[in-house]
Design a protein around this ligand. Structure first.
Ligand code: FAD
Length: 287
């Protein structure tokens, strides 16, 4: 279980993968996972489509990670479109596949979801998922947190209040939304401590490897962009190879400083790109 890994190690290294959209692309992700085995990761998390239609793919990949690669798998689960039978089925499948960890998430409202369906959803927030998982299973539970505040929260105080409730309900550890400015994380971490939140927190790091990636990332996450990253964008936007190298170096520098700070974990968002994860580990002297 991931909570035990955090207890036994100074720093926990993990990364996120997502299921491919097309069935025929499955071999690509399995090949990437085979390559990643060499990095000796502590766990790999597998995303879940908020609409729920890709849940089988999440489970298939989580099972491959756990049972074929021999790496602890963390299966994501979102509750925005989930009903009780689907919830019970998912929990049952996790058990059947010896997957001992779930990341309990709310998910974002699917574009085609009516106001009526959204208003009457059985599980409203991630905490409802945590409460229900706790009632039915002893699986290890992770939750999401936001160093730059969740976009729907009125302010950080409110965000921290609900985050603490999620932990009191039973979340064992936290993974952060990606960020590029470490000072935001340090400030957030201090607030967690002041708020009495003491579960392990892994910092989410996304290496930016192409100029097109930045806009989408900022739109989706609201992450602020420090001057150094802006310079990379301006200098290399028409030089893809140099951009990728500089993006990897920036992420490695970010991680290095987080390690010096004493962060409990690093969670990489490398978009299924095994070469990028490997380059980060090499850059840090960890491979
Ligand atoms: P919650 O913890 O429920 O919080 C959502 C908002 O509601 C916050 O503003 C919070 O302050 C507020 N809130 C919480 N509880 C209450 C309450 N009781 N009453 C009123 N307000 C409340 N999305 C996917 O679709 N699939 C994935 O696989 C996925 N993986 C992710 C992994 C990580 C590490 C992160 C950081 C995000 C991921 N997301 C994923 C995105 C996530 O689903 C969205 O950010 C979503 O908007 C919030 O999810 P949450 O679990 O943080 O929600």
């Amino acid at each position: 279980m991931i909570k035990n890994i955090y207890r036994g190690k100074k720093t926990v290294f993990s990364l996120e993968v997502f299921p491919p959209k097309k069935e025929e692309d499955f071999p690509l992700i399995f090949n990437a996972l085979d390559e990643l085995k060499g990095l000796k990761l502590d766990f790999i998390s597998i995303t879940y489509g908020a609409g729920g239609s890709t849940s089988r793919r999440t489970l298939d990949i989580a099972s491959y990670v756990q049972n074929t690669c021999g790496i602890e798998a963390l299966a994501h689960l979102t509750c925005v479109s989930l009903d009780e039978p689907a919830f019970n089925k998912y929990l049952g499948k996790l058990k059947e596949n010896q997957i001992n960890n779930v990341l309990a998430l709310r998910g974002d409202r699917p574009k085609d979801m009516s106001d009526e369906a959204y208003g009457s959803r059985p599980y409203k927030y991630a905490i409802d998922l945590v409460n229900n998982i706790k009632q039915k299973s002893d699986i290890c539970i992770g939750g999401a947190c936001y160093p730059e505040v969740h976009p729907e929260s009125r302010n950080q105080e409110e965000d921290l209040y609900f985050l603490k409730s999620k932990i009191e309900a039973g979340a064992d550890f936290l993974l952060t939304q990606l960020f590029f400015d470490n000072t935001r994380f340090y400030r957030f971490y201090e607030q967690l401590v002041n708020y009495g939140i003491s579960v392990p927190v892994s910092a989410g790091i996304m290496p930016v490897t192409s100029s097109g990636q930045i806009r989408t990332i900022v739109d989706l996450s609201g992450a602020s962009i420090p001057a150094e990253l802006k310079t990379i964008f301006d200098k290399y936007q028409n030089k893809p190879e140099d951009f990728k190298k500089a993006g990897i170096e920036f992420a490695a520098k970010q991680i290095s400083s987080l390690l010096s700070f004493g962060v409990k974990g690093i969670h990489l968002y490398t978009l299924n790109k095994a070469d990028v994860s490997t380059a980060i580990f090499e850059n840090l002297g960890l491979k």
